[in-house]
Write a protein that binds this ligand. Structure first.
Ligand code: B12
Length: 461
């Protein structure tokens, strides 16, 4: 018998060599529950088949099954819910999608959690054990079998799902135990990375939230508040990952690793003070990068920074509400490279409002920077974002479960440009970058080819 089985319903199709990471949110909930005396099992489906995952879940004989869901996993989460409903006392949904769209899950799940899950899950368990009342657990929608735990008077009151009100954010992130990494399939992740990259890497998160509001980013209200962990607490976890679990590198999954210069400098200082020699990578904004930060990060082991550069055109950056300029982007990339850090970047091609010339600016910009690599995608309108609002009347598909790799990009809304044109633009940027790297100063002989491809791009629909 297991008190709680937590499921990460992502099945990797094995086609791409993208970064794969164990689910941190579920790991946090697991360690918090364990610290409070409950037994927990994590089923991370990344390297499993559906049958194996269902079998493992049943074999654990769970009292409660908790299932994570983000946009690309809604259908699988609901399928798991329906499959395992009769195998447990209570079925709980949590994560970005249940938090934003609880009604999607209420038909299948007994409890839908909004926001952070650590304290909420613990209180749900206490309520199940009769130590508190379910209706006093903040941040949940009570439905299905959970309604039976309520006094008759509340159920009689319409009989539908009941929301218990928002739960305040966890103020002190340092008090949370580290994610229960011993419950992840570290062996499979390490093998995957060693095979495809030649080293092992896993993720951790040093902060929660992001104070910016880019037009395309999905940001629930509670995600706007930026909270950091103390440098000591962060480096303790880094040491656990490296010395305790034997990973060679760390990827910070923070939406924004550098939001506060002083804080980043203190983290770097702490890493150096302890003599921790691991390599790490993170996401950052170009406007928060300066020479002092870049140098301190390099000295502390940061070997790669990924910037969301998004566009090579200032007008489009404004449309995206990115609050950076092309000039800032170029300077930040060059500064990081000068400090000895590899730089990766994300770009979006074909944002609503773009023209041939703005897209060509992005293609030229991306291929002219000293980047280690970059990804260029079409805009994906996540429900609940400004971008979605702009195109919601033109949506042709809301199919999020199908993965998008390389040039497999799909347009989910009716665009002024065809997907073929956008793919051609991505191909131009990638090919230019590759040839520039290979040919060095000789690249200029390809000017006629550049002009030809630009002409072709302009003429495409
Ligand atoms: C790391 C990451 C990835 C990684 C790996 C995912 C992984 N293994 O976790 C990679 C790079 C593969 C990835 C890919 C994608 N991602 Co992503 N990713 C993230 C990121 C940056 C961090 C996730 C994380 O670790 N968070 C930290 C933990 C502590 O937070 P948490 O997961 O939310 O968990 C807390 C609560 O949600 C809750 N909770 C979580 N699970 C459960 C379960 C239960 C039962 C309960 C009760 C509570 C609960 O409690 C947790 C602790 O407080 C988030 C942004 C974010 N801040 O969450 C985006 C994010 C989850 N990704 C997002 C998206 C859209 C994608 C992609 C679809 C992008 C794309 N177009 O390709 C792909 C799809 C991947 C796929 N194959 O299905 C969106 C989801 C939006 C949405 N509405 O669902 C987010 C929110 C980013 C954003 N702001 O737009 N992603």
């Amino acid at each position: 018998m297991t008190d709680v089985v937590l499921i990460f319903p992502y099945f990797d199709d094995g086609r791409s060599k993208i970064f794969k990471f164990p689910p941190l949110g579920i790991g946090y909930i697991a360690s918090y529950l364990r610290e409070n005396g409950y037994s927990v099992k994590i089923i991370d489906c990344t390297f499993m088949s559906w049958e194996e995952a269902v079998h493992e879940a049943r074999a654990a004989k769970p009292r409660v099954v908790g299932i994570y869901s983000m946009l690309s996993m809604v259908r699988t989460a609901l399928r798991f819910g329906a499959e395992l409903r009769d195998d447990c006392e209570l079925l709980v949904a949590g994560g970005p999608m249940p938090s934003a769209y609880p009604q999607k899950f209420l038909g299948v799940f007994d409890v839908v959690v909004q926001g952070e899950g650590e304290e909420t899950m613990l209180e749900i368990m206490k309520a199940l054990d009769g130590e508190m009342r379910m209706e006093d657990v903040k941040g949940i929608h009570i439905a299905g079998r959970a309604l039976e735990t309520l006094p008759i008077a509340r159920i009689a009151n319409g009989g539908g799902p009941i929301f218990t009100g928002r739960r305040p954010l966890i103020k002190n992130l340092d008090k949370l135990p580290f994610p229960a990494r011993d419950l992840y399939n570290n062996k499979a992740y390490k093998e995957y990375y060693r095979r495809n990259y030649g080293y092992t890497i896993t993720s951790m998160i040093a902060s929660r939230g992001c104070p910016f509001s880019c037009d395309f980013c999905w940001r629930p209200d509670y995600g706007r508040v930026y909270r950091v962990r103390s440098p000591e607490n962060i480096v303790d976890e880094m040491e656990e990952i490296v010395y305790g679990f034997g990973y060679e590198r760390i990827w910070f999954a923070d939406e924004l690793f550098i939001a506060n210069k002083r804080h980043v400098l203190r983290i770097c200082e702490e890493i150096k003070r302890r003599g921790l020699k691991t390599l790490w990578e993170c996401l950052a904004r170009v406007d928060l990068m300066d020479w002092e930060v870049a140098r301190a990060m390099r000295e502390a082991g940061c070997h790669k920074i990924i910037f969301g550069l998004e566009s090579g055109d200032d007008r489009v950056l404004k449309l995206m509400n990115k609050r950076i300029t092309v000039n800032q982007s170029r300077k930040a990339v060059e500064m990081a490279v000068k400090a000895g850090i590899k730089v990766g970047a994300f770009f979006i091609l074909g944002y609503p409002g773009e023209t041939n010339e703005t897209m060509l600016n992005t293609i030229r910009f991306a291929s002219s920077l000293p980047l280690d690599y970059f990804s260029m995608t079409v805009p994906y309108p996540l429900p609940g974002t400004g971008l979605y609002e702009k195109v919601k009347d033109r949506m042709i598909s809301e199919e999020w479960e199908k993965p998008m790799h390389g040039y497999d990009h799909r347009l989910l809304f009716k665009h002024d440009f065809t997907i073929e044109k956008l793919r051609y633009g991505m191909w131009m940027a990638k090919t230019r970058a590759r040839l520039r790297k290979r040919l060095g100063p000789l690249y200029h002989i390809l000017k006629p080819w550049e002009l030809y491809t630009e002409h072709k791009f302009r003429r495409m629909q």
